[in-house]
Design a protein around this ligand. Structure first.
Ligand code: 5GP
Ligand code: MN
Ligand code: MN
Length: 327
């Protein structure tokens, strides 16, 4: 609850307290934006020992570059036993990689998240499945701590909001989301430039890569328990052929899910010969987070994902079966 969360943050405000912020592996706009926005709020409140990190290599895709990235440190340099640990947008402990041990070593741990599949880890947990983004939760906590928004803070929180709502298109885009957006935009952030950088700008090679992968997409009108299923498979060969880094594929699911005949969309992104990052989207009939959780991942009812092992066909078969079982 909010009071416990405010109390948790106050631990981190004690003189000399060391604070560690962690977001989920392979961070997206919400993970990074909510963490870096909140970090700037903590700085405002006087926190001086402040680290931000995430598991894995410390690389941020260019479209997600944002203010306060100087606070990011490699996970190896993260405080082994901080006074306060805050996690962002992580639905389960596995999303924290090797940093999961900080849940034990930190004096206080606070979990900020919005996944219905959140497993309830952390000493204090602030998880709102009705929030469109973790940044909605983070912004509300900052408001309750009386932190005034500034432009850089707002840019981070806005990037988080605009990415997780699909530019204010998805189902959880409530009046409160627009009210928060209004407060963020009022700080003077350049929403046009942010949108162009994140959504409307990709290398020509990535456009050709998208064309190639979409050219092989398959539609199964009668799959998914009578619902249509569309799927596409992006291999490491595709990336090599078009000389593109894996992150460019993050946007591709938005093209796959547009297929009118399909209620469920699936994108398999190869990360190793028998390892795939799988993105799933539903238009409402199917709960893809249940499938993701069953496959070892997580997410939301209409947008979820997991790491799959085996051949692409095996993974598609497994998803198809679970969809059919959902009826
Ligand atoms: P995306 O398909 O855009 O990568 O992710 C959609 C949603 O599924 C996000 O909310 C994300 O948190 C969740 N998700 C994606 N991949 C994984 C995964 O491997 N594990 C878990 N637990 N959640 C995932
Ligand atoms: Mn996320
Ligand atoms: Mn999120």
């Amino acid at each position: 609850d909010w009071a416990a969360a405010v109390d948790a943050v106050r631990t981190g405000l004690r003189p000399g307290a060391r604070v560690l912020l962690v977001c989920h592996v392979n961070p997206d706009g919400d993970a990074l934006g909510s963490m870096l926005g909140f970090a700037q709020g903590l700085r405002r409140l006087g926190v001086t020992s402040l680290q931000c990190t995430f598991p894995g290599p410390l690389t941020v895709p260019e479209p997600l570059h944002m203010p306060a990235m100087d606070l990011l440190i490699p996970e190896a340099e993260a405080d082994p036993a901080p006074d306060l640990l805050v996690t962002f947008d992580a639905a389960s402990e596995s999303r924290l990689g090797a940093l999961v041990d900080r849940l034990e070593t930190a004096t206080v741990s606070l979990v900020l998240d919005h996944h219905a599949s959140n497993t309830g880890f952390g000493k204090v947990s602030l998880v709102d499945p009705c929030a469109a983004a973790t940044s909605v939760v983070a912004a509300e906590l900052l408001r309750r701590l009386d932190v005034p928004l500034d432009r850089d803070m707002a840019e981070c929180l806005y990037i988080a909001l605009v990415t997780d709502t699909g530019s204010f298109k998805f189902d959880l885009t409530t009046p409160e989301v627009h009210e928060l957006a209004a407060r963020l935009v009022a700080t003077g952030i350049d929403v046009g430039a942010i949108s162009r950088r994140i959504f409307d700008s990709r290398p020509f090679g990535a456009v050709r890569l998208f064309g190639e992968v979409m050219g092989r997409a398959q539609l199964e009108p009668a799959s998914a328990g009578g619902r249509g299923l569309v799927y596409a498979v992006a291999t490491l060969d595709d990336l090599r052929k078009h000389d593109q880094p894996p992150y460019v594929l993050e946007a591709l699911i938005d093209s796959v899910r547009c297929v009118a005949e399909a209620d469920v969309a699936l994108l398999l992104k190869q990360v190793a010969p028998t390892e795939w990052a799988v993105s799933m989207r539903s238009k409402g009939g199917a709960d893809v987070s249940r499938i993701a959780v069953a496959m070892g991942g997580g997410g939301h009812r209409l947008a979820a994902g997991f790491t799959g092992h085996g051949t692409a066909e095996e993974i598609i078969d497994a998803v198809r079966e679970r969809l059919a079982a959902q009826g």
